[in-house]
Design a protein around this ligand. Structure first.
Ligand code: FES
Ligand code: FES
Length: 186
């Protein structure tokens, strides 16, 4: 034991702030009221302030179209739109989305008619297992709005945050390219 250790032990037992890890392990924080506007509807619910938007969508609102892949910002499976822009819902606290317009894959076809990007993914066979597909489609729709679908190379670059473990990349790029060239993003 080095000479600092006894002091460190004393400090840890004396200072309540150093027991934060024990507090995190003790359970959820008190829920706070949050209103989320998702796909055009308001949902008021009590939420742990640490809850991610992804968990709120899937576990509390039953919108399981948004997928949880890595849960750490690396795969893009959880991509949604917040105020029309792409966002990783696993890296967004639900409370941060309050007062904003959240759109999930379910909201792309509100009248039951598939979005042009969904049709293109089907027609170009741009999926295998389908797990990454909602995130790919949400990214692709926003990508065209952002003006980053001018070429297949540009599509590849700006879709690079969406990982497909089945490697359907050529078909995904083709589907996005076709929709972009048709001038459609809605
Ligand atoms: Fe959000 Fe992978 S689940 S980036
Ligand atoms: Fe399987 Fe992309 S279709 S992960």
């Amino acid at each position: 034991m080095d000479s600092l250790s006894p002091h460190l032990h004393e400090t840890r037992t004396a200072h309540p702030a150093l027991h934060a890890d024990q507090e995190f392990a003790s359970g959820p924080l008190d829920a706070i009221p949050v209103t989320l506007r998702v796909n055009g509807s308001d949902h008021s619910l009590p939420l742990d302030p640490r809850a991610t938007l992804l968990d709120a969508l899937r576990e509390r609102l039953g919108l399981t179209g948004t997928k949880k892949g890595c849960d750490r910002g690396e795969c893009g499976a959880c991509t949604v739109h917040i105020n029309g822009h792409r966002a990783l819902s696993c890296m967004t606290l639900a409370v941060m989305a309050e007062g904003k317009e959240v759109t999930t894959i379910e909201g792309l076809a509100p009248e039951g008619e598939l979005h042009a990007m969904q049709v293109a993914f089907i027609e170009h066979d741009a999926l295998q297992c389908g797990y990454c597909t909602p995130g790919q489609i949400m990214s692709a729709v926003a990508l065209i709005r952002e003006g980053h679908a001018g070429s297949k190379d540009e599509i590849r670059e700006f879709m690079s945050g969406n990982i497909c473990r089945c490697s359907a990349y050529p078909q995904i790029v083709q589907a996005v390219h076709v929709v972009a060239n048709a001038g459609g993003d809605n």
